[in-house]
Write a protein that binds this ligand. Structure first.
Ligand code: MEV
Length: 403
């Protein structure tokens, strides 16, 4: 099959990422240049199937390149894992047992944590949580981790499974327990993809008068409409979901290109967007003293070591293109990609509308669907520079050309 790689070793590498591989599945791998982030210039790699995302990313990067660029900073980097268990007995006794066993829980994981500690990470704390208000007999070991440049899923889950084993086994010997209390039932041990304390902020700002790229709208009106659009996403969940989807166009594309787990990122980001009980915008905007500021705060658990990072050749290339960033730098780059994507989307929505740009990019997809040859493509791209792109218009124009 033509999607197999002719290099057998390379193909085998891909086959073995998963089970029952029957082929490779290609996505375009593109780049968005001109990203000035904290004074450093980046070309951002993106893997994505949706046309116009890279065009939007590149447009936003160029806009901000001459207006001071993006500023980004990591606010926090810790992650949570939980051992969920059932216990029926005195909470006071359980607390005593927990305080007694906690040093051993940590000690027993030393073979796993040794390397991570050398890199500056490890287990930060373990707490006992009483969840019996939610479910009778339900408690948690709630552990906080620092995983440095690794996404850390395997590290966290291995630590948790060891905590669970020690916690259950040693309960048999604990003298304070009644016989029935010794029977601690472990339900499961797993990291949480909700990472509100693995948070990054990215921001752009400029004088309102410098929002002057679009001649059809004054800078002041652009700022006003832009802020209205963000405010709407802040208060209106239907709009917020689409607004954030646009942000994730940028985020996911970089997360995927750099071999990170986009499902984990998606789950964590949307949970964060609903953290106050109502789904809301991840970005915010304001004008103060004639300065327009637009920013994002987003939880991102990312790794630049481990996982696919040193296996998949294109992930290696993506990280090389970014100058082999550490996890904190990658968090900043990804947050910027999300912010930039949102800036471009809102910029279009409040001016020309989104379809103009979208349909231009979509033109090539339609032409490919109808197997247009190179000459037909050149002719029709030229034709649609001055005509409105719709699916039917493209099909008609192609038919005209062919007849
Ligand atoms: C399309 O993929 C993304 C947008 O809908 C985002 C938005 O509406 O803000 C354009």
């Amino acid at each position: 099959m033509q999607y197999w790689n002719s290099n057998e070793k390379l193909q085998q590498l891909h086959d073995e990422f998963i089970e029952n591989t029957i082929s490779n599945y290609y996505l375009p791998f593109g780049v968005a240049p001109n990203y000035l982030i904290n004074g450093n210039l980046y070309t951002i790699p993106m893997a994505i199937e949706e046309s116009s995302v890279i065009a939007a990313a590149s447009k936003a990067a160029k806009f901000w390149l001459i207006r001071g660029g993006f500023k980004a900073k990591v606010i926090s980097t810790t992650k949570i894992g939980q051992v969920h268990f059932m216990y029926h007995g005195s909470f006071e006794t359980l607390k005593r047992y927990f305080n007694f066993i906690k040093p051993q829980l940590i000690k027993d994981t030393k073979p796993i944590t040794k390397n991570m500690e050398q890199r500056g990470g490890g287990i930060i704390d373990i707490e006992l949580k009483d969840k019996t208000k939610d479910i009778k007999g339900y408690y948690q070991l709630y552990a906080t981790f620092e995983t440095m440049d690794a996404m850390g899923a395997n590290f966290i889950n291995s630590c948790l499974e060891l905590f669970a084993k020690t916690f259950r086994t040693e309960a048999q010997q604990f003298e304070g327990f009644l016989e029935v209390e010794k029977d601690i039932q472990i339900v499961m041990s797993i990291l949480s993809n909700y990472v509100p304390d693995c948070l990054v902020r990215a921001e752009v700002s400029c004088k309102v008068e410098d929002l002057n790229e679009d001649i059809t709208i004054s800078p002041k009106e652009f700022a006003e409409k832009f802020i209205q659009a963000v405010n709407i996403a802040e208060v209106e969940p239907h709009r917020a979901v689409t607004h954030n989807k646009g942000i994730m166009n940028g985020v996911d594309a970089v997360v995927l290109a750099t071999g990170n787990d986009f499902r984990a990122v998606e789950a964590g980001v949307h949970a964060y967007a609903s953290r106050r009980g109502k789904y809301t915008s991840l970005t915010h905007a304001k004008v103060e003293n004639d300065i327009f500021t637009f920013w994002i705060e987003i939880p991102l658990a990312l790794g630049t070591v481990g996982g696919l990072t040193n296996l998949h050749p294109l992930v290696k290339l993506a990280l090389e293109l970014l100058g082999n960033p550490n996890a904190k730098e990658l968090m900043q780059i990804v947050a910027v990609a999300g912010l930039a994507q949102n800036f471009a989307a809102l910029g279009s929505l409040i001016t020309t509308g989104i379809q103009q740009g979208h349909m231009k990019m979509h033109l090539m997809n339609i032409l490919n669907k109808f197997e247009a040859n190179d000459t037909e493509k050149i002719t029709l791209v030229e034709y649609f520079k001055t005509n409105v792109v719709t699916h039917n218009a493209v099909v008609d124009a192609l038919e005209n050309l062919r007849s």
